[in-house]
Design a protein around this ligand. Structure first.
Ligand code: FRU
Length: 575
């Protein structure tokens, strides 16, 4: 470990007032650390997860540049997080100021500064092998997803996400960023958006502005996101802001006249934008309390309110969040309909978070749901499928969705350490009819097929199991410790269920052990099960049912047991 050369200047304690970036530091630090320029790019902050939050401020020449809530280690170090000093170089003397952390705390002797991105990184047993997850820190919703075509036919899928770089619990929301060419192998990219005077950065979307309507250039990437800012009166103020990128999404500049949409509503967030060729304008949909608001704009900067949807439709057990709106083909009909995605928390079918959707028509101004108001439809019948949104500009008319694979009931408590949360595998969406209703179909992204290796006898930590079904059957994944996930297809009831009550570590939350059950919309002939170190995702072979559940086995499941006439093929995934 390279030793940090630092000078610790103890100064007088003073009570703090709320600080903003670019304002002069209004108070003295408890401990102020002068960070030498030459020693390295990252200052590694030692974290103790159960410690109360302290404040870490970055100050250059007396100006407060950034401020984060950090659980600085007091008695023991659970893991380290990097404070990237690069953005603050060249701005004079750089100081890091730590507040609300007792002087004798262990963190002050364990700080380290170097260029090593792998510093103190431990392999964790539950780190996914093929699902997108941050290397360190907390992640929730997928954000700002778009596909950038490449010159050689090989494009790049861009995925940002709600990110706390300074701990593995929710807070300090930034947009983390990553890219992939195949929706499986992800590269971590520098943080895309950091908090500013408007607040922390909540969920939102990104589009490619092919024609340069916003004035940031043809082909600029424009991100639209919510800022959330605390007020002295309690509730946070949420507003919609934009930022643009002229380097394909690698770096963003915030628009100087932000915010672009404001409201006095308490929950007003998660804008999803798309170009609507029918009206030759942009449409934006966002969540406002327990309904959705729809806007339009010629230029992504000036928005006109069009309509609201949903106060009488579907499930209302909690706040509506993270919407999406898209046109999809109805399989086997030649018809197209619109689908409105509405993530809801709490109020999901098995408690906590879930993704509901509505099918209908949209004319650029108003969404009309074709079902009766009391009809509720769920995209995925597992307990860990939330904040689902789709990529902008996906090739060949594909609608590719990714969901955050967790549930707000226990997301902060799941038994991982240096990082928390992964995303689902990417999925292709479509519509299908069953009786008088139209439902959302979900297929694992076609890229997953290319990963199938030679069939194996045993389950592996990263595999796809294809089960051919002939009637009712039970499918059990088990390890030598007696931990198991029991799935059942009931041919009579036309349901599929997954029981994770004995799946391994479950005691971290009362809400975790559960059985989830889905309608199969007809006979199920084939089941595709994707297993990774901490998740099981099950799909009907024809896309009419999806179920996503986290599991934390204390050793990997090795055996698969089947009842009835089912046959299973195990494909280890070649990664
Ligand atoms: C959904 C959500 C969003 C919000 C974000 C904050 O999980 O609550 O509504 O923008 O998370 O991290």
């Amino acid at each position: 470990m390279k030793k940090l050369l630092m000078t610790i200047v103890l100064t007088a304690l003073s009570t703090g007032s709320v600080c903003e970036a670019q304002t002069v530091v209004p108070q003295a630090c408890e401990q102020s650390i002068v960070v030498p320029n030459a020693t390295g790019r990252y200052l590694w902050l030692p974290i103790e997860e159960s410690a109360p939050e302290g404040k870490v401020q970055v100050i250059t020449s007396g100006i407060l540049q950034a401020e984060h809530n950090v659980r600085m280690a007091r008695e023991k170090v659970d893991y380290y997080v990097p404070l990237d000093l690069q953005p603050f170089r060249q701005q004079g003397v750089l100081k890091v100021c730590v507040q609300n952390v007792p002087t004798g705390s262990i963190c002050f002797s364990r700080l380290s500064q170097n260029d090593d991105t792998q510093f103190a990184l431990k392999d964790e047993p539950y780190r996914p092998l093929y699902h997108h997850a941050p290397l360190r820190g907390w992640m929730n919703d997928p954000n700002g997803m778009f596909y950038m075509p490449g010159t050689d036919g090989q494009g790049t899928w861009n995925l940002c996400y709600q990110y706390n770089p300074y701990g593995s619990m929710w807070g300090n929301m930034h947009w983390g960023a990553s890219t992939t060419s195949d929706l499986v192998h992800w590269q971590s990219q520098p943080i895309a958006l950091a908090p500013d005077v408007w607040g922390t950065i909540f969920s939102g979307s990104a589009v490619i502005d092919h024609e340069g309507t916003a004035g940031f250039g043809e082909g600029a990437v424009v991100a639209i996101y919510t800022t959330s800012r605390p007020t002295p009166f309690g509730a946070d103020v949420q507003a919609q802001c934009i930022a643009y990128s002229t380097d394909g999404g690698r770096s963003f500049t915030k628009y100087e006249h932000n915010p672009v949409i404001t409201s006095d509503k308490r929950d007003f967030r998660d804008p999803k934008v798309f170009w609507n060729a029918d009206i030759k304008r942009w449409n934006l949909i966002l969540a406002a309390g327990q309904e959705m608001e729809i806007y339009s704009s010629p230029n992504l900067r000036e928005w006109t309110f069009e309509s609201r949807f949903g106060s009488e439709y579907g499930a209302h057990g909690g706040v509506w969040e993270c919407p999406d709106l898209m046109r999809l083909p109805v399989r086997g009909t030649g018809e197209q309909k619109w689908m409105l995605i509405c993530n809801i928390n709490p109020g999901g079918p098995f408690g906590g978070s879930a993704t509901q959707y509505f099918v209908g028509q949209f004319d650029g101004h108003r969404f009309i749901c074709e079902s009766q108001p009391e009809v509720t439809k769920w995209m995925d019948y597992g307990k860990d499928h939330y904040a689902t949104v789709t990529f902008d500009n996906a090739p060949r008319g594909r609608r590719v969705a990714i969901a955050w694979m967790s549930n707000w009931q226990y997301a902060n408590e799941v038994p991982t350490r240096q990082f928390r949360s992964a995303n689902s595998i990417a999925r292709d969406l479509f519509l299908f009819r069953d009786g008088t209703e139209t439902f959302c179909g979900v297929n694992p992204a076609e890229e997953m097929l290319a990963l199938r290796g030679k069939p194996a006898k045993q389950l592996t930590e990263a595999c796809e199991v294809v089960v051919s079904l002939k009637g009712t059957s039970e499918i059990t994944l088990a390890n030598a410790k007696g931990e198991e996930v029991v799935m059942k297809y009931d041919d009579k009831a036309r349901t599929f269920s997954m029981d994770r009550r004995k799946s391994g570590e479950t005691a971290f939350s009362e809400a975790f052990p559960c059985v989830t059950t889905a309608p199969t919309h007809g006979k199920m002939r084939e089941l595709r099960i994707f297993i990774d170190r901490c998740s099981v995702e099950a799909f009907d072979g024809e896309g009419r049912m999806a179920m996503t559940n986290l599991v934390f086995p204390t050793e990997p499941y090795k055996t698969i047991r089947l009842t009835g006439k089912a046959k299973a093929t195990v494909y280890p995934l070649s990664l």
